[in-house]
Design a protein around this ligand. Structure first.
Ligand code: HEC
Length: 105
């Protein structure tokens, strides 16, 4: 009985997680939502918000959407040129996307 009970709890947790983190691209947990506190001297909140949208719309097409905090700012700066060249983003858009994933660094 005990085993069955914890088993159904686990199943419930999985269903809940799927409901919360499932399909919607915009509420994806890997793409943090920038707030005024994330703005820096070089990245305005508007830059970060635009960068997030560009990131979500362009960087989950070939692989799962990466998690910005999984890489340091300097790692991103070496990874991004090879990735953005596979998109049709403009230079200005790449700048915003870079600010977003590096949290303005
Ligand atoms: C046209 C397909 C494609 C698109 C679009 C794309 N990627 Fe990738 N990405 C890949 C492939 C393929 C790899 C595997 C490594 C490689 O081939 O360079 C990869 C690998 C990565 C990695 C892992 C690199 C490492 O060294 O660990 C990151 C991070 C990444 N992509 C981020 C992005 C971001 C951010 C964007 C949006 C600007 C993006 N990708 C858009 C195809 C793509």
């Amino acid at each position: 009985m005990k085993v069955l009970k914890s088993g159904s709890k686990l199943l419930f947790a999985v269903i809940l997680a799927t409901a919360v983190f499932g399909c919607s691209k915009v509420s994806t947990p890997s793409a943090y939502v920038p707030t005024a506190a994330d703005a820096t001297a070089t990245a305005t909140l508007a830059d970060l918000q635009a960068g997030r949208t560009l990131f979500i719309n362009n960087c989950g097409r070939c692989h799962t959407l990466p998690i910005p905090d999984d890489y340091s700012a300097s790692q991103w700066k070496s990874i991004l040129p090879g990735m953005t060249s596979r998109t049709s983003l403009t230079t200005a858009e790449v700048t915003q996307l870079t600010k977003y994933v590096t949290r303005g660094n």
